[in-house]
Design a protein around this ligand. Structure first.
Ligand SMILES: [Zn+2]
Ligand SMILES: [Zn+2]
Length: 350
């Protein structure tokens, strides 16, 4: 109950904060032009386009949260056509080349210290300028300014992510998500959308933090997850009902097409496989010494040893045959088996 109240409060605060941001608009006022599940997010940085609508730009069927992200996506080469920008006052998308853009006003910028807001009429731009300051320029100059600010803004964004976003994202990823390979996605926005299936998170900010953490550490996180079987906190062994994350050194896993199934030992996994009478293609076990994730079909299993797992006698996996043999001798083991040699009799003998 308390948790619910806290979640509710956080949700409310996020909501209030989002509506308080100058860039934000009510959802029904935002014109989102992208297609697909990720249409609501900036393909360059993953940020929510309703939240940052007033600074958003459209180019080649992509919608960016800011001119900063447009500059990054176009690699600093100003597009000669096909650019639209949100009209800060009327909220439609307008031809950027015709727009009057106020740069450096007192209103906050998106991904930049030097804010930019566009208007369809010079009169509207002047009214905004007299209230908030800044300078009125055309698109070409606005792009050049964003390009000049780019290194400084990028450093600022990086510092902000390193100070807090990544740590938050990492913690949430480890506690509330299944293993995700960020390399599978074309954009951070697509990755962010997929998190709704793999994670249980509570706010847009949490999704953004996990998405950025994974996207900016793509290769590191993947190699970590390849090394070990990463068990979600709430995964239960379907055979005995125990929480598998408590026994990481015994973790075994079946990667079925629709989901991953975790076990607190090879014995329970084999029981499951025999009961299902299915040939699972991707079956993994943890090397007893190194805890490395290994393909069960390549592993060597020691049976009858005096080393016990959470479910008692076990089939103890090793990547290396010599290590399996040495372990068998040291621990009174009976035999070393390959995966295909394990049958229902083996399980009964344990
Ligand atoms: Zn962006
Ligand atoms: Zn079990």
């Amino acid at each position: 109950m308390l948790k619910r109240i806290v979640v509710f409060l956080i949700t409310c605060l996020t909501f209030v904060w989002a509506m308080d941001m100058f860039q934000s608009v009510p959802e029904e006022k935002a014109t989102l032009i992208q297609k697909g599940d990720a249409k609501r997010y900036c393909p360059n940085c993953g940020m929510d386009l309703v939240k940052f609508y007033k600074t958003s730009y459209v180019h080649e069927e992509h919608q960016y949260c800011s001119i900063h992200c447009l500059v990054e996506a176009t690699k600093g080469v100003i597009p000669q056509k096909d650019v639209k920008v949100a009209d800060t006052k009327n909220l439609g998308l307008i031809d950027a080349y015709q727009a009057f853009i106020v740069v450096g006003s007192s209103k906050p910028g998106t991904m930049t210290m030097n804010s930019q807001y566009a208007f369809s009429s010079e009169e509207d731009a002047k009214a905004f300028q007299s209230e908030n300051g800044g300078r009125i320029v055309k698109f070409a100059e606005a792009y050049t300014i964003a390009q000049e600010d780019f290194p400084k803004d990028t450093a600022m964004i990086k510092a902000k992510r390193e100070q807090n976003v990544y740590a938050t994202g990492e913690k949430l990823y480890q506690n509330a998500c299944e293993t995700i390979d960020a390399n599978r996605f074309a954009t951070v926005a697509e990755l962010k959308v997929s998190l709704s299936k793999s994670c249980r998170l509570e706010s847009e900010g949490q999704y953004q933090a996990v998405a950025l953490y994974l996207w900016d550490h793509k290769n590191v996180v993947v190699s970590q997850s390849e090394e070990k079987i990463v068990v979600p906190k709430d995964a239960k062994c379907p055979v005995c009902g125990m929480f598998v994350a408590k026994y990481p050194q015994w973790a075994a896993m079946i990667e079925a097409p629709e989901k991953k199934i975790y076990f607190d030992g090879v014995k329970d996994m084999m029981k499951y496989i025999f009961a299902q009478k299915k040939n699972f293609e991707k079956v993994y076990v943890s090397d007893y010494y190194k805890l490395k994730k290994i393909d069960a079909r390549q592993a060597f299993f020691v049976i009858g040893a005096n080393v016990y797992g959470p479910m008692g006698s076990e089939l103890i996996p090793f990547a290396n045959e010599n290590e399996a043999n040495a372990f068998m001798k040291d621990h009174n083991g009976k035999r070393v088996l390959s995966f295909s040699e394990i049958d229902e009799k083996t399980l009964k003998s344990l």
